[in-house]
Write a protein that binds this ligand. Structure first.
Ligand SMILES: Nc1ncnc2c1ncn2[C@@H]1O[C@H](COP(=O)(O)OP(=O)(O)OP(=O)(O)O)[C@@H](O)[C@H]1O
Ligand SMILES: [Mg+2]
Length: 149
């Protein structure tokens, strides 16, 4: 694992712009984990990410649907929020395995609350950690790209 990028975001727009630029460095298939507390900015990051892939679709939190698909951009984006799941088995029963396996994944899976299904997401490519710092509107965003041997 190599920690190779840290960014200090000053507000939500900053986070979205950063995600928009980051999206241009990603190609499919790719599994991206988004880690951080409630309200840390994970969903706002996905808003910018989808825009960076040249899609005009509106990103909303998949809290209740568990997964939303944005397929009008350069690659399909599978946006997961596993907050309400309690195990990898539950995620597998819902048929999500294929979105986390490079052989079957045709797009980019971005996952909020991956901690709730560690087995499911174990072959991830990038981990992004969001931390609230300094004041209400500041976030530290750390991007760790994984080099698989
Ligand atoms: N620098 C920032 N980056 C992103 N969001 C920010 C920032 N500063 C303040 N915010 C606010 O924090 C909140 C982030 O909400 P968001 O839904 O993106 O969080 P989340 O990490 O997805 O939370 P959850 O775990 O509940 O899904 C929003 O209300 C946003 O306006
Ligand atoms: Mg969210």
């Amino acid at each position: 694992m190599i920690s190779n990028l840290k960014f200090e975001s000053k507000n939500e727009k900053d986070t979205m712009l950063f995600a928009e630029k980051f999206a241009k460095s990603i190609s499919a298939p790719c599994v991206i984990l988004l880690k951080g507390d409630l309200g840390a900015g994970k969903t706002h990051f996905v808003k910018g990410f989808v825009k960076g892939l040249k899609s005009k679709e509106t990103v909303t939190s998949p809290t209740f649907t568990i997964m939303n698909i944005y397929d009008k951009g350069k690659y399909p984006v599978y946006h997961f929020d596993l907050y309400r799941l309690s195990s990898s088995e539950e995620a597998e029963e819902l048929g999500f395995d294929d979105y986390f396996n490079h052989d079957s994944l045709d797009g980019i899976s971005v996952v909020e609350w991956p901690e709730n299904a560690p087995e499911l997401v174990k072959n991830f490519d990038v981990e992004i950690i969001f931390t609230k710092i300094k004041n209400d509107d500041c976030r530290l965003i750390e991007i760790n790209r994984r080099i698989l041997c």
